[in-house]
Design a binder for this molecule. Structure first.
Ligand code: LLP
Length: 415
């Protein structure tokens, strides 16, 4: 599915030519398609329509309030990993009953805030955390629903930096240790330990590791629920792979949903999924202006006004983002080309290819598939401001985050 495509050689999304936005908005800026976000969310909703499932959007992939609000209106819950993400989800009107809180290092204050706000489930990732949640719930005089995130020791094939399901990864409680915890009602009187959760990594294309983790988890649930139904909620995590390289590797979401049906007794459990990237990735681009073009011998450098502080993914994971000119020139040049940013680091390289369009200084480029883990991972490195964000909705576009002013970026610093 393409939400940004050429019409008469000009890049367009919904009814808006992106070049028209550059006439009003300073580059670099992120630009999203409302239709894209809704469509991607509803593809997942549709695949899971026969299964009692909360779709808790992984807000870490893009937590702009307007995007959270738009997804909430489509029926999304939220998967949050910090009190900040939790507060943003609540501001966006996401029902606390549809919020799960994951993460290995929740502070006492974060746990207290989650319990006071009656969120659906806290996913505990260590035995110590279970004791802390129980203690805080006791002090508040409530019983909090909790899931245990298991570490299944199953690795999905992905970049090593976004794999989470192995025992050498910091996530979850080892599979072998969790059974006794579910039966330890004496230690956890203020916890309703009725959830089990896992997330084996991100950007997983193959269904096989999911099959393996489903089988392993289902066996565990059967053992735990033998004499009494303790586990009622199964959180399947996120991680559905997306196609950054146009090689038609779409994640088989319907096959995945069928696998859930075939692997678990779906009539007797409630499910949670935590998709992030598969909702937001291709619904956003980063628009940048070409500042300079230079050659070092046979190597061409296109220097843009956006850098690794705006989009970390290429520097951090060597990830590929297709780059297109906003206005297409017919010619492409066969020459080794690096598209780089202004940051003083050699890793500030957005793209590298043996061929690229014959673009000129002052023209604009779109870095595609930047909707997930783009803006949400950006920083003020090199004392650069956080850029603005634009949302296209049919034939109009609105600013959903203003360009950070220099004064705002230094407001917390003491002279
Ligand atoms: N649930 C949990 C517990 C997670 O840790 C994550 C992602 C998700 C859900 C959502 O995964 P998704 O559906 O988006 O794959 N910054 C990296 C990705 C890090 C993912 C971290 N956890 C990147 O840019 O590729």
């Amino acid at each position: 599915m393409n939400y940004f495509d050429y019409k008469d050689d000009h890049l367009k999304s919904e009814d808006i030519f992106i070049t028209n936005i550059t006439k009003e908005v300073h580059t670099p800026f992120y630009c999203y398609s409302a239709k894209g976000l809704k469509t991607n969310f509803n593809i997942l909703k549709d695949a899971f329509k026969d299964i009692d499932t909360k779709i808790c959007y992984a807000t870490k992939s893009n937590s702009n309030l307007s995007i959270l609000k738009l997804l909430q209106e489509e029926g999304a819950g939220a998967d949050v990993v910090s009190v900040g993400e939790l507060k943003k989800s609540l501001i966006a009107n996401i029902d606390p009953k549809n919020i799960v809180f994951s993460g290995v290092g929740k502070t006492k204050d974060e746990i207290e805030y989650a319990i006071v706000n009656r969120i659906f489930q806290i996913n505990a990732e260590s035995i110590s955390e279970l004791y802390v949640i129980n203690k805080i719930a006791k002090e508040l005089g409530v019983v909090q629903q909790v899931g245990i995130r298991i570490n299944p020791d199953i690795i999905g094939e992905t970049h090593k930096n976004i794999s989470t399901g192995g025992l050498s990864d910091k996530f979850g409680i080892p599979y072998s240790e969790v059974k006794s915890l579910y039966h330890d009602k004496e230690s956890f009187k203020n916890i309703e330990l009725s959830g089990i959760a896992f997330h084996i990594g991100s950007q997983i294309h193959d269904i096989e590791p999911f099959r393996n983790v489903f089988i392993k988890t289902n066996d565990l649930i059967k053992e735990i629920n033998k004499s009494e139904k303790i586990i009622k909620t199964i959180d399947l995590g996120g991680g559905f792979g997306v196609d950054y390289e146009d090689n038609h590797r779409e994640f088989p979401i319907q096959e995945y949903a069928n696998l859930v049906k075939n692997s678990f007794d779906t009539k007797n459990f409630q499910f949670i999924i935590e998709p992030g990237r598969s909702i937001s990735w291709n619904t956003g681009i980063l628009v940048t202006k070409i500042l300079y073009i230079k050659k070092h011998g046979e190597k061409k450098f296109i220097i843009t006004d956006c850098g690794m502080n705006d989009l970390m993914r290429p520097a951090l994971y060597d990830s590929y983002h297709k780059i297109l000119p906003l206005s297409k020139t017919i010619d492409s040049e066969i020459i080794s080309t690096d598209i780089v940013g202004p940051i003083c680091e050699s890793t500030d390289k957005l793209f590298s290819s043996e061929e690229f369009y014959d673009v000129k200084e002052g023209e604009f480029l779109a870095i595609l598939n930047s909707g997930a883990y783009g803006s949400s991972m950006s920083s003020n490195y090199n004392a650069r401001p956080l850029v603005s964000e634009i949302l296209i909705n049919e034939d109009n576009f609105t600013t959903i985050r203003k360009l950070q002013s220099f004064e705002d970026s230094i407001a917390q610093e003491i002279k």
